[in-house]
Design a protein around this ligand. Structure first.
Ligand code: 5GP
Length: 121
């Protein structure tokens, strides 16, 4: 899938839409999810134009990849969620129900988060 420069997170990166920023550096921007699913629900996105994990890991430079993943760890420490634990998750593609076509990691914390995936009935 080609990158859509008008997706909502691209617009947030360009400052066209406000966000509640918790962290920013050269590689990543982290902000609170607009519809939090846990007491702490932060989205961490790379600054580059990548649709999803596949696009990012195929095309981003090692420096950009290292910088982005380092930022996720920094955000977790900054939020104070390391001791009790947290979950990071990147929906990728249709089966994962990815809604916004700019790579983003969800960071959930602040309560026991339950099993990783609901079992099929
Ligand atoms: P996905 O299903 O793509 O993994 O998750 C997209 C996430 O982006 C959802 O949790 C949704 O609440 C969040 N989201 C969508 N639009 C906005 C927005 O304009 N601002 C913020 N902060 N979060 C958004």
């Amino acid at each position: 899938m080609a990158y859509d420069p008008n997706n909502i997170f691209a617009r947030i990166l360009r400052g066209e839409i406000p966000n509640n920023t918790v962290y920013e550096d050269d590689y990543a921007l982290a902000f609170h999810d607009i519809q939090p699913q846990a007491p702490v629900h932060v989205l961490v996105i790379p600054k580059g134009a990548y649709v999803d994990m596949d696009d990012f890991t195929a095309k981003a430079s090692p420096e950009a990849i290292a910088g982005f993943f380092t930022a996720i760890g920094t955000v977790a420490r900054q939020l104070g969620v390391v001791e009790d634990g947290y979950r990071v998750l990147a929906n990728t593609g249709a089966n994962a129900h990815q809604e916004v076509p700019h790579l983003h990691f969800h960071l959930f914390a602040g309560r026991p988060l339950g099993p990783m995936i609901r079992r099929p009935r």
